[in-house]
Design a protein around this ligand. Sequence first.
Ligand SMILES: Cc1cc2nc3c(=O)[nH]c(=O)nc-3n(C[C@H](O)[C@H](O)[C@H](O)COP(=O)(O)OP(=O)(O)OC[C@H]3O[C@@H](n4cnc5c(N)ncnc54)[C@H](O)[C@@H]3O)c2cc1C
Length: 306
Amino acid sequence: MEEIVIIGSGCAGLSAAIYAARAGLNPVVIEGSQPGGQIITTTEVENFPSWPDGIAGFDLTWNMRKQAEKFGTKIVGASVEKVDFSGESKKIFCEGDIVFEAKHVIIATGAAPRMTGAKNENDMYGGKGVSTCATCDGAFFRNMPVCVVGGGDTACEEATFLSRLCSEVYLVHRRREFRASKIMDERVRSNPKIKLQLDSVIDEVLPDENGRCRGVKVRDVKTGEEKTIDCKALFLAIGHIPNTGVFKGQVELDSEGFVKTLGGSMVKTSVKNVLVAGDCADRLYRQAITASAMGVMAALTIINDL
Ligand SMILES: Cc1cc2nc3c(=O)[nH]c(=O)nc-3n(C[C@H](O)[C@H](O)[C@H](O)COP(=O)(O)OP(=O)(O)OC[C@H]3O[C@@H](n4cnc5c(N)ncnc54)[C@H](O)[C@@H]3O)c2cc1C
């Protein structure tokens, strides 16, 4: 039986592995279909501490992986299809009939950003102007016009954040009213740098000659009228889908599928010896460094309880 199996090889999973491995627990990391996690889809990470000149997303988690392996982590190239957390020994069933039994499990399966489905959106995602994270990418568009799509608290927060950096922020929302809290709603409506495009959807992201975003084509859902907004970036703020389907019925999830943390802890789940870390439990911060920190907390919780 393994001491620790970590499900997911993003910042959360690999940071947990570094700590568990250095504590001599020989962790197993099941890496899933995206080795290195979401951050590998971005060309440059400028806000991970200790990289003053920035670092490519791929290199960031590749370094974490090498560090984890150096201390004895075993990395398994498979995805988890089913788990059984009912007994003392936690069972993890992977594709290809690989089965692990473990005393402790850390769930670190991340979350996938929702996309709008606008034309060209995927081609320009992760480095060419389409982003799902204003905190991560806003600084690349200082003093430039940008667009945000969404109508909840996240969209309003992202628009407000970007208004401090960018020349203009167009906030596109498919309805007239925001779902955001009253205070966020008032904040965006009174911000002179935020221009509202209500009852509107984005049909297309327009590329420049280098394939980077130069604007978006917006359609009024009531009148059908189309227009182009010139902007250098499109920030998608329409939510995330946590990768937690395989844990349904095994640990408590919230109404949107994020793993619930209990007992005042940021990493303890409803099941003893099953911990969670990173974006699959964190709907607020969603940063590489916060995912790493949660991974460390989860590993230390296990180490300290041994
Ligand atoms: C384009 C882009 C740019 C970003 N830029 C920045 C930035 O500049 N700075 C910053 O701090 N943050 C940035 N982020 C956010 C950052 O990438 C995430 O907050 C961070 O990756 C979350 O780490 P995680 O380990 O929780 O999850 P993830 O990185 O999502 O990793 C999840 C892991 O779980 C695995 N997995 C999923 N399901 C299964 C399964 N069933 N079985 C086994 N494994 C599974 C996946 O293969 C993956 O390895 C960016 C995100 C994106 C998408």
